[in-house]
Write a new protein. Structure first.
Length: 199
């Protein structure tokens, strides 16, 4: 009788151990599923209502809404286009004297998950520093955004006429923006690399 009880107890313990091991094995797979690689940032970003300022030469800028349809924040770190040999991501800020200036946003444009970032005159924008050819109203200009994860996203936007005053830059020199008005008379931060333009 005693031997039978011992055998029953042994079998019960063995069964319990097998159940426990099975449970551990199942739970061990869960972290692998949760650490699946995130989708490339470039796959979740679209340009909406985009446009670029028509200009014969010199400088121009691109605007629109960058929409992040993904579930993670993304950061645009650079941009390229055949329309310009030098581009920068720009922000507009108030300097220590209360003057609004444009400067390169060296840490890029971060777009929160499910949100959009407006690129507009007088605010954030993509600056084309040195046009390779004239951009005429109606032209289609293609841009490639590069993100912090090295993924890319391409968009094509039309060129539009946009009249206004010439840009004034810190340092006293007025640089020809071919009539571009960024919403206000803005100054370029003197630390910004003008892509070959001297101050």
């Amino acid at each position: 009788m005693h031997a039978r009880n011992s055998q029953t107890t042994f079998l019960a313990l063995t069964a319990a151990a097998l159940i426990a091991l099975t449970g551990c094995s199942a739970s061990a797979g869960s972290p692998e599923e949760s650490t699946a690689p995130a989708a490339p940032a470039g796959d979740s970003v679209d340009m909406v209502n985009g446009w670029v300022k028509a200009a014969d030469s010199g400088m121009s800028a691109a605007f629109g809404d960058l929409e992040n349809t993904g579930t993670s924040d993304v950061t645009v770190v650079s941009v390229d286009t055949e329309a310009s040999s030098a581009l920068e991501l720009h922000e507009t800020v108030e300097n220590e004297t209360g003057e609004m200036i444009m400067r390169e946003k060296t840490d890029g444009f971060t777009i929160s998950a499910g949100e959009s970032l407006s690129l507009e005159p007088g605010g954030n924008h993509i600056m084309l520093m040195d046009l390779t050819n004239p951009i005429q109203a109606g032209d289609e200009i293609t841009f490639t955004l590069t993100f912090s994860d090295d993924s890319t996203s391409e968009f094509t936007v039309p060129a539009k006429d946009y009249a206004g005053a010439n840009e004034n830059y810190e340092g006293g020199e007025e640089m020809d923006m071919d009539g571009m008005d960024m919403g206000e008379d803005m100054n370029m931060d003197e630390d910004t690399d003008m892509g070959g333009h001297s101050e």
